[in-house]
Write a protein that binds this ligand. Structure first.
Ligand code: PHE
Length: 331
């Protein structure tokens, strides 16, 4: 009996010492396997006098059961330790984030918009705003684009099902803010109007159906195309740095005459088309209650998203709306 007690204690020690299931099963074999003393004892039962055999066998079974339990218990606790370790490893370590608290920041587009506003405010402009849902008057007619005008086709307009057909729409450019500003304010006018604009374009590497533009409008006395070119040049240098050049190319817009498109130089020497501009058409001035004999001005409008894509050399403009934090965090 004391031998058995000793065996049980030894089994307990061996089980506790085992640090893995492999170690545990080899320890188990030492105590319960074919070559163990318990198995030998069982084989040797036959050597006992017959009267003792039954009780010795019973005792042997009991001790064997106890030893088995020792190993089962240890197996369970090893399994628990393994699970705990796994949970520990897989747990999100939030403390790390709190330690170096990572602050969010403004979206790239918002940063660019703020920067643009700052640059223009520095040049003496104020910031104007207009609604994203517009009527045909503001988006087209007042801008010298009557409903028969083919230029309407250039603006892939998203119409809103309100009022007469094609009467209400998501603004397809920020130019309606020109009209709203001139209707409300007497010249001289120096405003920029950043905002969201919408067209039926499907999203691809260079297009977004909802994008951002910034409009500029200057109405004063004796304003010329030279003032326009100079304004665009100063803005481009203030925004991108002095190494970036700008150029105007003749173009056509119903609301400006003459009209131009303006490009900025890329580091590789190629040109990126940024937007349109020109001298405000006399009809537009009249439509807004301003006497074209007395006042002149220029207007320009360009895409903020494109500008951002160029500045940060994004291959795909859609990055700006996917809002993957890993992408946004870089800026
Ligand atoms: N609204 C024009 C566009 O979206 C750009 C523009 C603005 C052109 C102002 C001339 C003057 O294409």
């Amino acid at each position: 009996m004391s031998d058995y007690q000793k065996l049980l204690d030894e089994a307990k020690n061996a089980a506790t010492e085992a640090q893995s299931t492999e170690e545990l099963s080899s320890a188990r074999a030492d105590f319960l396997g074919k070559k163990s003393s318990l198995t030998d004892a069982k084989k040797n039962l036959g050597l006992l006098p017959e009267s003792d055999r039954a009780s010795a066998g019973k005792e042997l079974n009991e001790i064997r059961k106890l030893v088995e339990e020792v190993f089962e218990d240890r197996a369970k606790s090893l399994q628990n330790e393994a699970w705990n370790l796994q949970f520990e490893n897989e747990r999100l370590d939030l403390s790390e984030r709190f330690e170096s608290l990572r602050r969010g920041h403004l979206h790239l587009i918002t940063q660019a918009r703020d920067h643009l506003e700052d640059v223009f405010v520095g040049m003496g402009f104020t910031v104007a705003e207009g609604p994203e849902v517009e009527t045909a008057w503001y988006n087209f007619e007042a801008l010298n684009i009557p409903d028969w005008h083919p230029a309407r086709g250039n603006f892939d307009t998203i119409f809103v099902n309100l009022g007469d057909p094609e009467e209400v729409m998501l603004r397809s450019h920020t130019s309606p803010v020109q009209v709203r500003t001139m209707e409300k304010h007497k010249p001289p006018i120096y405003v920029v109007a950043p905002g969201r604009t919408f067209r039926t374009d499907s999203a691809d590497a260079t297009h977004l159906p909802a994008f951002n533009q910034i409009e500029g409008l200057v109405i004063d006395k004796g304003i010329t195309m030279g003032d326009l070119a100079g304004t665009i040049d100063s803005f481009v240098q203030a925004f991108f740095g002095s190494e970036v050049k700008s150029r105007l190319r003749p173009s056509y817009f119903p609301f400006t005459e003459p009209s131009a498109e303006f490009d900025i130089s890329r580091p590789d020497g190629s040109w990126l088309e940024l937007g349109g501009c020109g001298m405000v058409h006399p009809n537009v001035l009249s439509n807004c209650g301003i006497d074209p004999e007395e006042w002149q001005g220029f207007a320009f409008g360009f895409g903020i998203d494109r500008l951002v894509a160029m500045r940060y050399q994004l291959d795909d403009i859609r990055e700006l709306v996917v809002n993957d934090a890993r992408f946004l965090r870089q800026f």
